[in-house]
Design a protein around this ligand. Structure first.
Ligand code: SAH
Ligand code: SF4
Length: 349
């Protein structure tokens, strides 16, 4: 698919034409990654962050938020729970916690690897190569770092550099590749200032990076950030952060990178309810990341507001499994690593 074709699909609003896109994405998903849906248990282990990303509620300037970091024991407890629930992967996510000791996190990773058969994915932001190497040696398998937008100057604006660090996201993605991580990246759909042209270019870039996972979600404004709803003036050709746009991106990611793992993200489910997961799975996705963060912490991990509030834990996990089966799919067994290498990404300039 060319960038021009991607652009046309992103602009397509005719529902019968879009039905063709959904059908094609679902057929490619079925042929290339099959009916298994891999479940990755997500643990949001720290909401401390040194960054000032203008899109995110965890930014250091948000003083309305009580900050936490879970203990190693608490994190390992969540890992055991992931095993009990039949999940194959644990995703450890956090802000760029400035006081996080890389050795401590390495210890947590090796403990999880020692006491469970789980694959471990890290999603902890931009770190120097040495820390990434330490975590890989401790047993981490995968790393998620979205580049959010291909527009460099927009990214600089919404993700100001840290005074104490001079890494670029693409440099970190390069390190991850060199260190032999399975690498995931993605974009924030509808980020204020993001044009259709930028989103099409971002999708092309996702293909060029030859990722093992592509995770894209809609931008949801957070009231305690500079990009709060109503606080920004849309640029001409602004991409909307809607569920429809997210489904288009998801379907196009599947079609252009057929063997890559593609999650139906929590932000999508926040906009579209649990139906968001189901619809995402029917339009190209093959991964869901159920949240395992203890509730007392989960409500403080406010990257964006309204993150699917959950009261009954057992009911939440059971319902995800039931919904997968109700649409004729099955829960994947084991770590569910990427089979991307079998096919690569199908982009034609
Ligand atoms: N600190 C790490 C991981 C936590 S943030 C990092 O930044 O990579 C994880 C993801 O949350 C980010 O990549 C971003 O795409 C998403 N995110 C942040 N603010 C958001 C918002 N307002 N709406 C939707 N997603 C958001
Ligand atoms: Fe921190 Fe990540 Fe949020 Fe940026 S997006 S403020 S790095 S948690």
């Amino acid at each position: 698919m060319t960038r021009e074709e991607i652009l046309q699909w992103l602009r397509e609003d005719d529902s019968s034409a879009l039905e063709d896109l959904w059908r094609l994405a679902d057929a490619v998903r079925s042929r290339c990654v099959g009916d298994e849906v891999h479940l990755r248990g997500l643990v949001e282990f720290s909401n401390r962050c040194a960054r000032k990303c203008t899109y995110c509620g965890l930014r250091v300037d948000n003083t309305h938020l009580r900050r936490y970091r879970m203990s190693a024991e608490e994190i390992v407890g969540c890992a055991r729970k992931a095993v009990d629930l039949g999940y194959g992967t644990l995703v450890l996510q956090s802000g760029e916690d400035p006081a996080l000791d890389p050795e401590w996190l390495a210890g947590v990773v090796s403990e999880v690897k020692a006491v469970t058969p789980l694959a471990v994915t890290l999603s902890v932001g931009e770190w120097p190569r040495e820390a990434l190497r330490l975590w890989k040696q401790a047993g981490a398998d995968r790393y998620l770092l979205r580049f959010e937008t291909s527009d460099e100057s927009l990214f600089q604006q919404v993700h100001p550099p840290r005074p104490d660090q001079s890494l670029s996201r693409f440099q970190v993605l390069d390190y991850l590749r060199e260190l032999d991580y399975e690498v995931g990246s993605g974009v924030l759909i509808g980020l204020p200032g993001q044009t259709y042209g930028d989103l099409a270019r971002s999708m092309e870039l996702l293909g060029e990076l030859e990722l093992e996972m592509i995770g894209c979600g809609p931008f949801i404004p957070h009231p305690d950030t500079p990009l709060a709803a109503g606080g920004t003036r849309p640029v001409p050709d602004q991409v909307p952060g809607t569920e429809l746009m997210t489904y288009k991106v998801l379907a196009l990611a599947r079609i252009t990178c057929p063997y890559t793992n593609v999650p139906a993200t929590t932000a999508l489910a926040t906009l579209d309810g649990v139906a968001g997961y189901e619809t995402g799975l029917r339009r190209g996705a093959n991964v869901i990341m159920p949240n395992l963060t203890p509730l007392e912490y989960r409500r403080l991990y406010q990257v964006y507001p309204g993150k699917a509030e959950v009261r009954r834990e057992d009911e939440y996990h059971g319902s995800i499994r039931r919904r997968i089966e109700a649409i004729g799919r099955r829960v994947g067994v084991g770590p569910g690593g990427s089979i991307r290498h079998a096919g690569g990404c199908a982009f034609h300039a």
